[in-house]
Design a protein around this ligand. Structure first.
Ligand SMILES: [Zn+2]
Ligand SMILES: [Zn+2]
Length: 276
């Protein structure tokens, strides 16, 4: 039986950190035989609160939603009949109400085919640049997980919960992993809310140097299944063509071992199930 290949978390030059044009990304995806490709460009309104210098902020936030949706919708049409392209967005969550309002407006105006809601930082600073000071690992991760939990209550539409555990990429603790044993209560809280709200848990393979296959890692994905969670998404978080579908086979193996039978694809409010 032909496998149905999906990758619902990718970026192109429409994102400030994308390294290839959407044209190039789509051409590679098609060559790789992707059946359903999601482009989820960054919308980083959480940076509104940053203390970064103006020029740096402009560099990060200068991508134009107008241009993106216009250009991506054209390409979506061009590919009709040979590859399903979903024109989505990745919203960087913030507790700030003004930021949340901007996401709601963007959603209303451009109607992305789907939205990934992700936590990238605190108070307008991405964890990549955040000064964690002397905060202990327990306190830091507990605060992070609570922020992820609050992101699930975002007052704008979203479908996928992005890369839980992202903070681990940027800390310097010797043992950086968020262990289910230590943070079980916070993690269960998150997973139960995802299930109760009918959202989709993402398995993201952009783990950089971390000693895990995915974010979140297998133990947390397994716990989600145990709690009754069945809606799963796979995303490479590719920012250049060579990473499209990276480690997808490994993830599918892992999901099957746990007991999952389907990937769930969000598209314009519908959740399409495809066999793993
Ligand atoms: Zn992200
Ligand atoms: Zn991303």
């Amino acid at each position: 039986m032909k496998k149905f290949l999906t990758d619902m978390h990718t970026h192109s030059k429409y994102s400030h950190d994308g390294q290839a044009s959407l044209d190039e990304m789509l051409a590679t995806a098609q060559k790789l035989g992707v059946d359903f490709y999601g482009t989820s460009e960054h919308f980083d309104y959480d940076y509104d609160l940053t203390k970064l210098p103006k020029e740096e902020l402009a560099r990060i936030t200068n991508s134009s939603p107008e241009e993106y949706f216009h250009g991506a919708r054209h390409l979506q049409e061009d590919y009709e009949g040979c590859m399903n392209v979903a024109v989505g967005a990745e919203f960087g969550y913030s507790d700030d109400e003004a930021v949340q309002g901007r996401y709601a407006q963007t959603y209303e105006k451009y109607r992305p085919d789907y939205v990934i809601n992700s936590v990238h930082g605190w108070k307008g600073e991405d964890f990549a640049r955040y000064d964690f000071g002397g905060t202990s690992k327990t306190e830091l991760y507990r605060n992070y997980l609570r922020l992820v939990r609050r992101s699930l209550d975002a007052p704008y539409p979203y479908d996928i919960v992005g890369h839980i555990g992202y903070i681990m990429r940027y800390v310097s603790f010797e043992d950086r992993l968020i262990m289910l044993e230590e943070f079980g209560e916070e993690i269960d809280d998150i997973l139960r809310a995802i299930i109760q709200k009918g959202k989709i848990l993402e398995v993201n393979t952009a783990t950089k140097m971390l000693p895990v296959r995915s974010l979140p890692d297998e133990a947390i994905v397994r716990r989600y299944y145990e709690l009754g969670g069945r809606q799963i998404s796979y995303g490479s978080d590719a920012h250049f063509p060579e990473r499209i579908m990276d480690k997808r086979d490994d993830v599918v193996e892992m999901l099957k071992t746990i007991g999952f039978t389907h990937i769930t694809l969000p598209f314009r409010g519908e959740y399409i199930k495809v066999e793993l």
